[in-house]
Design a protein around this ligand. Structure first.
Ligand code: PFF
Length: 456
């Protein structure tokens, strides 16, 4: 029966198309902006190790589960969960998994667009040549000027959100293929080039040892590493599930997942190897926070041969990478509005985009006029702005929780015959996947949560 179900939104034309789109969703600001800055904040070494373990033991099995559920359900995550819960004779409340994911995607998009706006403004800053020969202080003060100006941030945030709405309105497939097929490899090549520059700073090995020598890590650091594994692979909120719902039947989910996870991890590690040597060579702080890449990479662009051209191209490609991720953040909501509220894609994406734009204002103000408006909840968090609250709530709570429930549904509640039929892989891979998802993933997520809130 399931093999006859069709998505009303259409299908990817080829297997490659799905892999490109899912890689486009996974590779984004998470790899280049977020990974280096949270690695820096959490002291490097052990953090990177825990992150890699989380990718292997939690991220990969959950990604396979999400694609599988999506392809079987063939609808928006909310309706997919409803259909599958009925089919597997489970409680209909499983639709809450889809609902939470939709809200998480919406919340992430609201701040993702603001940060993508920073990257957009850096295209023009770099092109203008202001970074040529600039000192570390000069570069930091240019960043400080940008984030203290709400009007500028608002303009860039608006442009980026409009770009996202336009693509989503036209249907995610148009244009995506060209964008990803050519621009991703180009981004990869530029990252290699910047790593090459980092090797000439005289501090390359210090950067490597910061990233790979195990040291201390706090319980919150472990939660960050796990949350990041979900965030960077776009898991736990239905983005990959909805892309899976457009996947033709014959495609191997296992192979696709391995490719996406490998590409995503390599890009993140390269970004770290590019940035940390520059941090140490210029006496900067690895824990400088969300501005880290904007305070480091321009120094490199200001010093290297053809740096203005390379830097400008780099930020253009970074914006593209962010764009292909952003469209997957609202796709679950848009698919749902189109299925259930009778809206066409244009209306659905405009509604969602405008609402996310509005919430994004809170993130913009968190860096300037509301920067002193912070709150704390004992045992949970301290002095959070609206931006850090949204960031941590989605990243450290909603995505891992989504992943936990996906694991429970796919590995405990779905019949083995259904998941075997969908995954169609070697028996040992299937068994390993099921063991990881049944035991390792849920236990790891629960322990990390409880430790982070100091219960155990
Ligand atoms: N994976 C994206 C990144 O690393 O930038 C962010 C993201 C996209 C998270 C889509 C979640 C999502 F559903």
């Amino acid at each position: 029966m399931t093999s006859e179900r069709k998505s009303i939104h259409g299908q990817w034309s080829t297997r490659l198309m799905f892999i490109l789109a899912a890689t486009g969703s996974a590779v984004g600001l998470g790899n280049i902006w977020k990974f280096p800055y949270i690695t820096g904040e959490n002291g490097g070494g052990t953090f990177v190790l825990v992150y890699l373990l989380c990718i292997a033991l939690i991220g990969i099995p959950v990604m396979m589960a999400e694609i599988m559920l999506g392809r079987r359900g063939r609808q928006s995550p909310i309706n997919t969960m409803k259909t599958l819960a009925e089919e597997e004779r489970r409680n209909v409340n499983w639709i809450w998994l889809g609902r939470m994911g939709m809200v998480a995607g919406f919340m992430i998009l609201s701040y993702y667009s603001v940060i993508a706006g920073w990257a957009m403004s850096y295209i023009f800053r770099t092109a203008s040549g202001v970074f040529v020969g600039a000192t570390a202080e000069g570069v930091s003060s240019i960043f400080a000027d940008l984030v203290s100006d709400p009007e500028k941030l608002l303009a860039w945030h608006t442009i980026f959100m409009a770009m996202t709405m336009i693509v989503v309105a036209r249907g995610v497939k148009h244009g995506l293929e060209v964008a990803i097929r050519f621009l991703m490899p180009a981004l990869f090549a530029l990252l290699l080039l910047i790593v090459g520059y980092a090797m000439t700073t005289g501090h390359f090995m210090q950067g490597v040892s910061f990233m790979f020598t195990p040291g201390e890590i706090s319980n919150e650091g472990i939660l960050d590493a796990m949350g990041h594994a979900f965030f960077t692979l776009s898991l736990g909120m239905g983005a990959i599930m909805v892309y899976g719902s457009y996947l033709p039947k014959g495609t191997s989910i296992v192979q696709a997942t391995m490719f996406i996870a490998a590409a995503d991890t390599i890009v993140a590690l390269l970004a770290g190897l590019a940035i940390f040597p520059i941090v140490f060579a210029n006496g900067l702080e690895p824990g400088a926070g969300p501005g880290l890449i904007f305070k480091t990479l321009p120094i490199a662009f200001g010093q290297m041969e053809a740096g203005t051209l390379i830097g400008t191209t780099f930020f253009i490609l970074l914006v593209f990478a962010a764009w292909t991720s952003a469209i997957s953040l609202i796709e679950p909501a848009v698919a749902w509005l189109a299925e259930n509220k009778g809206m066409n894609r244009l209306h659905a994406s405009v509604w969602t985009g405008v609402a996310a734009w509005f919430v994004g204002l809170g993130t913009i103000f968190s860096f300037n006029i509301w920067s002193d408006k912070t709150w704390s909840i004992p045992y949970l968090f301290k002095d959070y702005t609206l931006f850090t609250t949204l960031e941590n709530l989605t990243f450290n709570v909603m995505l891992p929780l989504g992943g936990l429930f996906i694991a429970i549904f796919a590995a405990w509640l779905m019949r083995e015959s259904s998941s075997r039929d969908e995954l169609k892989t070697y028996d040992w891979i299937y068994r390993l996947w099921r063991i990881l998802l049944r035991y390792v993933t849920p236990v790891a997520i629960i322990i990390v949560f409880l430790k982070a809130i100091s219960i155990i």
